[in-house]
Design a binder for this molecule. Structure first.
Ligand SMILES: CC(C)(COP(=O)(O)OP(=O)(O)OC[C@H]1O[C@@H](n2cnc3c(N)ncnc32)[C@H](O)[C@@H]1OP(=O)(O)O)[C@@H](O)C(=O)NCCC(=O)NCCS
Length: 160
C-alpha cells in the first residue's frame, strides 16, 4: 500500500512499502536509530551490508513501510509475515515501529499502522501481534485497535 494521506496535523504524508532498491533507507534507519527509538540518546546501529539489505528487502516475508514528507523519512514500521503450522496459515508480527522524536503525536504512527492493516485486509491476513515495551507504546497500540493477547506470555531470550 502506498499513497498520500492528509490530516489536520500533517498536511501531506507519503506512505510506501520498501522494496529491494531501498537499501539506502535501511542505512538511514540504522544511522538514526536512536531518533526513532524511545531513548533518543542511544547509539547508531550497524547497517546491513548492501547485499544483505537487498536480500532482506526482497524477502516476501519482510514487510516494511516508511512515512515521509518532502523526501524526509519520519517513521518506519517493520513486520514479519509468519508461516503457521495450522490455519490461519499466516500471521503478522509487528516487530518494530518508530517515529522521529520531533514528529510524534501527529498521526504518523497511526498512518503506518493503517498501511499495515490495509495490506492485511487486501492479503487476507486476519491476525497481527506485537510486544509493547513501554507504556506510551501500549497506549498507542490500544488507540490503533490492538487489545490484550489471548494468553499469558513471558518474554525470554537465549544468547549463544
Ligand atoms: C509509539 C510511536 C510509534 C507512536 O507514534 P506516533 O506517531 O507518535 O503516534 P500517533 O500520533 O499516530 O498516535 C495515535 C494515538 O496513539 C496514542 N498515543 C500515541 N503515543 C502515545 C503516548 N506516548 N502516550 C499515550 N498515548 C499515545 C494517542 O491516543 C494518539 O492519538 P492522539 O495524539 O490524538 O491522542 C512513537 O511514540 C515512537 O516512535 N515511540 C518510540 C519507539 C517505540 O516506543 N516504539 C514501540 C516499541 S514497542
Amino acid at each position: 500500500v502506498s499513497g498520500t494521506f492528509s490530516g489536520p496535523a500533517l498536511p501531506s504524508l507519503g506512505i510506501r512499502r520498501l522494496g529491494p532498491a531501498d537499501a539506502s533507507v535501511l542505512e538511514l534507519l540504522a544511522r538514526d536509530d536512536a531518533d526513532f527509538d524511545l531513548r533518543a540518546d542511544g547509539p547508531a546501529r550497524a547497517a546491513l551490508s548492501r547485499e544483505a539489505a537487498e536480500a532482506h528487502l526482497s524477502d516476501p516475508h519482510v514487510l516494511h513501510w516508511v512515512a515521509s514528507r518532502d523526501g524526509a523519512i519520519l517513521g518506519s514500521l517493520f513486520c514479519h509475515l509468519l508461516p503457521m503450522r495450522k490455519q490461519p496459515a499466516q500471521e503478522l508480527l509487528l516487530y518494530e515501529i518508530g517515529v522521529r522524536s520531533a514528529w510524534r503525536r501527529r498521526g504518523v504512527g497511526r498512518l503506518l499502522v493503517s498501511a499495515m492493516t490495509d495490506w492485511m485486509r487486501a492479503t487476507g491476513i486476519v491476525t497481527a501481534w506485537v510486544l509493547a515495551d513501554n507504556p506510551g507504546a501500549e497506549r498507542f497500540y490500544a488507540a490503533c485497535g490492538f487489545g490484550p493477547g489471548s494468553g499469558p506470555a513471558v518474554y525470554l531470550e537465549l544468547h549463544l
